[in-house]
Design a protein around this ligand. Structure first.
Ligand code: PMP
Length: 411
């Protein structure tokens, strides 16, 4: 018998499939709104000027070699990364109770965090993770968050999040899920710029969420893939995480530099776990090291060196903030322009305020799967079936075309 005859053929990843279909399309005005990466106004990937500078500094550094990094990564990078997300005056950092480990970007941080929980979390009942409905990525049950936790034997269950009726947050449903989950449940929360909906809680709603989490002693698994990229302001986008730390809620944070530094392929990220004291932090760190050793031995150096240079040099850091504003600003401008086109120029039926109220790279347009399909087939506009568009795929050259096609499919 053939050894692998019972291996079923897995469906291709829907996002990568969408990109392939876009590439194969010869229509000259085709638009790719599926991709989860920043594009400039000419639809080109953007190497941040600050990253170019940091790269040339590295290239000219005669002392650099290609030795292994420590198991937990480059300390200058992880220390600065912790300050970036938790705040430079964070009590958790000052008191030496934050554990930071360099990971294979945000995905690796999610995996390592999940693996650690699967081994050491004191589950109250079966090992379960509560995930927002929907969550990263586009397809519900094939979503990466689901797969990451399932891979380590943690069962994903969903909590109410998105309300298709309002194209906004199902706040009551969310609070209800927090209240009805058993005590000490683990909830994954998107720190900012929720993927795929672009719908975030307001400050007041975050406060109410934190209150229930505290009352029910839940554990928060923060996923932060878009710090700075969402609002253009690194501190603003870290607000929820810092607020939870201030309240003393137990949590970990997965951090990615893919989007905010445009370092997608370099796989730069970190896992930060805030523990009650230094002694616990040391024990947690020792076990994270053991897990990391068998998974990847030690993380890659190049991207971490780049980010470390940027975070630890005041001038480069200021320049990075300007680059982030450039990216976030262009996306916010596209939101405003699309909203203007639909409401003032085309008088498209329905309310489109969600386009400007949502935040980050993605927007849930609220269109149905048939309308999404029509956009692909008739308009050569590539987007996922759930009606999610990447705002980064819009620019001053194609936004009128997209607006008119969207208008046509909803009429
Ligand atoms: N979490 C969320 C919510 C994301 O959207 C992403 C990127 N699409 C990631 C994690 C991780 O991405 P990466 O591994 O490229 O950092």
């Amino acid at each position: 018998v053939e050894l692998w005859q019972d291996v079923p053929l897995a469906p291709p990843d829907s996002i990568f499939q969408l990109t392939a279909a876009y590439k194969a399309d010869t229509f000259k005005d085709k638009v790719n709104l599926g991709v989860g990466a920043y594009r400039d106004n000419d639809n080109k990937p953007w190497v941040l000027p600050v990253v170019k500078k940091a790269t040339s500094i590295l290239l000219n550094d005669e002392a650099l070699d290609h030795e292994y990094l420590p198991i937990t990564g480059l300390a200058e990078f992880t220390n600065a990364a912790a300050k970036l997300i938790l705040g430079s005056h964070s009590p958790a950092i000052k008191e030496g109770r934050t554990v930071s480990v360099q990971t294979i970007s945000g995905t690796g941080a999610n995996h390592l965090g999940a693996l650690f929980l699967s081994k050491f979390y004191k589950w109250n009942g079966p090992a379960r993770i509560y995930l927002s409905n929907p969550t990263w990525d586009a397809e519900r049950w094939l979503a990466n968050h689901h797969a990451i936790f399932r891979n380590v034997g943690i069962e994903p269950v969903e909590y109410a999040y998105y309300d298709p009726k309002t194209i906004g947050l199902d706040f009551d449903g969310f609070i209800d899920a927090l209240k009805t989950a058993p005590e000490r449940s683990v909830f994954l929360l998107h720190a900012c710029a929720h993927n795929p909906t672009g719908v975030d809680p307001t400050t007041e709603q975050w406060k109410a969420i934190a209150e229930v989490i505290a009352a029910k002693k839940h554990y928060t698994f923060f996923d932060c893939a878009y710090q700075g990229f969402a609002s253009g302001d690194l501190d603003k986008d870290a607000w929820a995480v810092r607020y939870f730390v201030e309240l003393g809620l137990p949590l970990l944070v997965c951090q990615s530099f893919a989007k905010n530094a445009g370092l997608y392929g370099e796989r730069v990220g970190a896992l930060h776990l805030v523990s009650p004291n230094t002694e616990t932090a040391n024990r947690v760190k020792s076990q994270l090291s053991v897990l990391q050793r068998s998974e990847i031995s030690n993380p890659p150096s190049h991207g971490a060196r780049l980010v470390s240079l940027i975070l630890n040099d005041a001038r480069l850091f200021e320049e990075w903030k300007r680059d982030i504003e450039t990216m976030a600003g262009r996306i916010i401008e596209m939101r405003r322009e699309l909203h203007r086109l639909l409401t003032e120029k085309l008088h498209t039926p329905g309310n489109w305020d969600h386009i400007v109220n949502q935040i980050g790279m993605f927007s849930f347009t609220g269109i149905n799967p048939a309308q999404s399909k029509a956009l692909v087939e008739k308009g050569h506009i590539y987007l996922t079936g759930n009606g999610r568009i990447s705002m980064a795929g819009l620019n001053t050259h194609n936004i009128e075309y997209f607006g008119s096609q969207l208008d046509a499919v909803v009429r």
